[in-house]
Design a protein around this ligand. Structure first.
Ligand code: ARG
Length: 473
């Protein structure tokens, strides 16, 4: 094996370890190589490379893709980053023609390209798991559609709902998260390649054709913008942060509902682990970490926004710091989603505890006031009448409440029955069986549209493997 090539002059500098980003940007190797294949093909079409040079370079790039995949690629820290490592190894493989790869290209437009390609595959991975979570929520919501439970405001028992309605409330939050990821993927689907360092090129390049080859909707409008902004990463980090925050609420509710105080969920082994000290303990660690990881993801968002604040156009080396928070957030949210899907599938509800809680007469106070409204009493008066009846007994029981209400003339017959109370909450978007069925149908529609989005994104992501595979023309 010949000696490795010496580092190119632009990275033969003091403090190369400090400047290096290889530890982080190695992750981008495959998209970087695919981008190079598309770039080389364009240089060929532009007459800047001969057909045999194109063939040699593309073959070499595909060889590198194999080495990277097989783990035999020799990464060299002194070569600073993924781009220089790959270019240098290509030149070792194919000889001086390797020096033509970087024609009309800068690492500035190259890294921006890699990042946009990475974003597409990251969103595909996150969206796939988010969709699995939505499907798990829907399945559980269907089977628990009619199981009554108390709904809360201020964490105080408020009005009766069903477990299905509660789970669907989470579904709609996640559905908007998925929609945001879709919009981010669509907005980011613009190729920056051809922007060069910042001001394009004097050579006859064709950024639009590279963009099309890589599955982008179009190429950049402004070369200075193309190499400098990282708004697509900020959007991704925001989407992931809000998703993580939504997941944290679900985690928190599972933690609460699995306490002895609530007791709505069985403390199954799937929820977590035991305590190293207290033999009786079963902790809901999985749900706790689903809750806890959100802090880290929000930190990643703040980290990138802070890096970007006040940066002058165009490329500044500060931008190198953009990758670590994004990779961290993507890996974290991916793991949280996987844990959450498993958590949801394994939740075991305790119907006896749910029915006991939902039999609390206080949950029906609003319904009773609304019965009076049905008789023509102004709501404010009805509110006071029912409020007074509830305030009368220190520990209201169904019997004491019924007695107090009987004196006020409020019709109580059947009013304190949870199932009937839920059935009466038939206003649009409410928990009654008919309204819930409508909600489930709408949710099914969202899931199938998300599948369509995911297949179209998968097709774009698949272009990377196509460009790197031998079966190519
Ligand atoms: N490692 C760099 C980054 O991640 C690549 C771009 C380097 N460009 C430069 N002008 N030094 O941002």
């Amino acid at each position: 094996m010949p000696d490795p090539l010496p580092p190119p002059a632009y990275v033969r500098v003091p403090h190369v370890d400090f400047l290096a980003s290889l530890g982080v940007d190695r992750t981008l190797a495959r998209v970087d190589l695919a981008g190079s294949v598309a770039h080389v093909e364009m240089l060929g079409r532009a007459g800047l490379l001969s057909a045999s040079e194109v063939g040699l370079l593309v073959q070499g790039l595909r060889q590198l893709a194999r080495e990277v995949a097989e783990g035999t690629f020799l990464w060299r820290g002194e070569l600073e980053d993924v781009h220089t490592n790959l270019e240098s190894r290509l030149t070792e493989l194919v000889g001086p023609t390797g020096g033509k790869l970087h024609t009309a290209r800068s690492r500035n437009d190259q890294v921006a390209l890699d990042e946009r390609l990475y974003l597409r595959s990251a969103i595909a991975e996150v969206a796939r798991r988010l969709l699995a979570l939505e499907e798990a929520l829907l399945a559980r919501a269907r089977s628990e559609a009619a199981t009554p439970m108390p709904g809360y405001t201020h964490l105080q028992r408020a009005q009766p709902v069903t477990v299905g309605h509660w789970l669907l409330a989470h579904f709609w939050r996640f559905d908007r998260d998925l929609d945001r990821l879709r919009a981010t993927a669509e907005r980011a689907n613009v190729s920056p390649l051809g922007a060069g360092a910042l001001a394009g090129s004097t050579l006859p390049i064709d950024p639009a054709s590279v963009a099309a080859r890589l599955g982008f909707d179009r190429a950049f409008e402004n070369s200075m913008d193309a190499v400098s902004d990282r708004d697509f990463f900020v959007e991704l980090l925001f989407d992931l942060s809000l998703l993580a925050v939504h997941l944290s609420t679900l985690g928190e509710e599972v933690v609460l509902f699995a306490t002895k105080e609530f007791g709505y969920l069985e403390r199954t082994a799937a929820l977590g682990s035991g305590s190293s000290l207290m033999p009786q303990k079963r902790n809901p660690d999985v749900a706790e970490l689903v809750r806890g990881k959100a802090g880290r993801v929000v930190g990643d968002l703040v980290s990138l926004l802070t890096t970007l604040k006040g940066l002058p156009l165009t490329y500044d080396r500060d931008l190198q710091e953009d990758k670590a928070p994004v990779l961290d957030a993507v890996a974290t949210v991916t793991a949280v989603l996987e844990a959450s899907v498993a958590l949801l599938r394994d939740l075991v509800f305790v119907p006896a505890r749910l029915s006991a809680a939902v039999a609390d007469p206080e949950l029906f106070a609003t319904d009773l006031a609304e019965r009076l409204v049905g008789q023509g009493v102004p709501f404010r008066t009805a509110h006071e009448t029912v409020g007074a009846a509830f305030a009368a007994g220190s520990v209201p029981t169904p019997t004491s409440i019924a007695a107090a209400l009987a004196r006020t003339g409020v019709p109580v017959e059947g009013a304190l029955d949870p199932e009937r109370a839920v059935a009466r909450r038939a206003s649009p978007g409410g928990p009654a069986p008919g309204a819930l069925a409508g909600q489930l149908t709408a949710a099914d529609g969202r899931v199938s549209s998300a599948h369509t989005f995911l297949s179209s994104l998968d097709r774009k992501v698949g272009l990377i493997e196509e460009l790197l595979s031998e079966e190519q023309r």
